[in-house]
Design a binder for this molecule. Structure first.
Ligand SMILES: [Zn+2]
Length: 107
């Protein structure tokens, strides 16, 4: 069975999940801030010649000359397919929205 995701949904997953947080907290790749730029161990070449661009929400490896969006990264790091990667990211978004709701409720 083929999973269908709307382009709006995919756009949101690529753009509303900060790629640096995804790398550090969810995928748990080694990472560091150097020269004010978030860098991570490239899951393809295992080098730190990387950077995250907060404006485009893309992670780039200069050695592989490859950009990763959030969906690409999950696929590469977890070795899963597109559909599983999207489901993984969708599951992440829900807890992220919860604290706001809690704040409202207890104020
Ligand atoms: Zn690389």
């Amino acid at each position: 069975m083929k999973a269908k995701f709307s382009s709006r949904e995919l756009f949101d997953l690529r753009n509303t999940i900060p790629v640096d947080m995804l790398i550090r907290d969810q995928l748990q790749l080694p990472s560091k801030i150097r020269d004010g730029v978030f860098r991570f161990l490239c899951p393809v070449c295992n080098e730190f010649q990387t950077a995250v661009n907060p404006n485009t929400n893309l992670a780039r490896c200069f050695r592989c000359e490859k950009n990763f969006n959030t969906i690409d990264l999950v696929m590469t790091v977890r070795g899963c397919g597109f559909k599983d990667s999207v489901l993984f990211l969708k599951a992440l978004r829900m807890p992220a929205e919860e604290p706001k709701a809690l704040v409202g409720r207890f104020r």
